[in-house]
Design a protein around this ligand. Sequence first.
Ligand SMILES: [Zn+2]
Length: 182
Amino acid sequence: MKDSLRLWWVATSLTGLAGVAGPAAWAQGHAHVHGQAQLEVVLDGAELQITLSAPLDSLVGFEHAPRTAAQRQTAEAALRSLVDPAQLFSLPPAAGCTLQDKSVDAPTLQAAPGAAKSGEHADLDATWRFGCSAPAQLDRVKLSLFERFAPMKRLTVLVAGPAGQGRYPLRRGAAAEVPLKR
Ligand SMILES: [Zn+2]
């Protein structure tokens, strides 16, 4: 359901963009690989939507409801970051972007201890939607996800906007900034 909602949004939001062929490829979804995560950045007019999809392990290092005090602390810190995207990425101030809406879908992190069976995998999806008063100034996004989430080793960033689309495979330790314009 989460995926179909997101695909609906991407399909709807990109209909006005000429020459964007990417979303169909994105629609195939992402593999569940520990240490990896995917970020979709879509600029449509004055609206910027950023979506993070990741195995829970890539964010907190486990995929069950928190059991220990340390795991509870890690889970709470992760959830706090996810509802405050300024901790995860920064946008050029000149673009005047303000957060309009957000959703964090992490049932396992919010579940009671023992709620998830051991051996199961779990994912996390989070979406943030911004309205930007000067979207032409939105030339880059600077990412702090590697700093926030220690287990994250690789982050694939998919960008779609008026200037076209791009795919940026980022690794921990390298510059974590993606251009929104060419
Ligand atoms: Zn897993």
